[in-house]
Write a protein that binds this ligand. Structure first.
Ligand code: ATP
Length: 323
């Protein structure tokens, strides 16, 4: 069965309970083909449990996971053949060379010997380990093991790659390399990547879409700008930077008349408007009607970090009120 929509990965009201603890709570994820999707959440949010259900390694309590239209519990072999999994700590045989470890993976996945050798050579080259393929894995650094982990995934030639905290324990330079490599896996190869992390900055650099998971619940999902819009539509405070021509004091008077503006201040070469709702459309309309031309209108300080913190704050408030 192939999926009728183009979601490589989908969960429908997916739940996992451990006794009384709800680790994953009615999760509805949709991940399109060829994108990098970041599952972002603090420790204990339910990221690993979600991944285990997608891989068919643990059964949902209720709901369903679908990988390219297949249920990992009902069609484990189909799912296994399409998915490559990079856990946060990749297990290899330390006494065997990197190359032999990869050949072993290929054999386990039923890849014929000649084809396996071709894929292993190519995968080692791709992750920059050609020179170290003959070395025992026990002699590899953490970063090299992680790169070998990616090569191990690539040997399977998967449509979907799931990575759990892939940058853990890697030095900053190695992280940048890995992130750009992850992007290539999607953009150049057309693979879909699901990346779990609690590191906002990294997620922001590499992911096309992001889901924020808190206490098993997906509290926001979409592109960074979708998340921004979701936030703004909830009457959050926002700060807008404005420049316009002619640049004159009367401009502040016009801004003051817009419903939603709380405070206006002159900051160097721009006006800063503090608002309690999104006034951008009204503002531009009013400026043009008053013969001003806006030359700069930008939202200040909306980064994934602030979004993440705000959502966390909300969750705490929500739980605080609920309890
Ligand atoms: P981390 O980043 O710390 O790995 P996570 O977001 O991956 O966190 P999970 O490992 O999925 O979160 O854990 C979600 C919740 O489920 C946590 O409260 C955890 O203690 C609990 N949990 C996970 N596995 C089990 C298990 N096998 N038995 C009981 N509780 C579990």
């Amino acid at each position: 069965m192939t999926t009728i929509n183009n979601y490589v990965l989908e969960t429908i009201d997916l739940c996992k309970k451990y006794g009384d603890l709800v680790a994953v709570d009615n999760l509805n994820l949709k991940v399109e083909e060829g994108i990098v999707y970041g599952l972002l959440g603090p420790n204990g949010a339910g990221k690993t449990t979600t991944i285990l259900m997608l891989l068919g390694l643990t059964e949902p309590t209720s709901g369903q996971a679908l990988v390219n239209g297949y249920d990992p519990c009902r069609s484990p072999l189909q799912v296994k053949s399409m998915v490559g999994y990079l856990p946060d700590n990749v297990g290899f045989y330390d006494e065997m060379s990197g190359e032999d470890n990869l050949l072993y993976t290929a054999a386990l996945n039923g890849v014929a010997r000649d084809e396996a050798q071709r894929r292993v050579k190519h995968a080692l080259k791709r992750v920059g380990l050609s020179h170290a393929g003959h070395k025992k894995v026990g002699q590899y650094s953490r970063g090299m093991r992680q790169r070998l982990g990616i090569a191990d995934v690539l040997v399977k030639d998967p449509k979907l790659i799931i990575m759990d905290e892939p940058t853990l324990g890697i030095d900053p330079e190695g992280i940048q390399e890995l992130l750009s490599f992850i992007k290539d896996l999607a953009k150049e190869d057309g693979r879909t990547i699901l990346l779990s992390s609690h590191l906002l900055h990294q997620i922001q650099q590499v992911c096309d879409k992001v889901g924020i998971l808190v206490k098993g619940k997906l509290i926001a999902s979409g592109t960074i700008s979708d998340l921004e819009q979701q936030l703004l539509s909830q009457e959050e405070q926002m700060e807008l930077e404005l420049k316009a021509v002619p640049w004159e004091e009367k401009l502040a008077g016009i801004c003051e008349t817009i419903d939603g503006v709380d405070k206006i201040s002159w900051q160097n070469d721009m006006l800063l408007l503090e608002c309690h709702k999104d006034i951008r459309e009204d503002l531009v309309r009013e400026l043009i009607a008053s013969n001003y031309c806006p030359t700069h209108l930008a939202l200040r300080g909306v980064s994934l970090d602030s979004i993440y913190l705000r959502y966390f704050h909300k969750e705490e408030e929500y739980h605080g009120k609920g309890s």
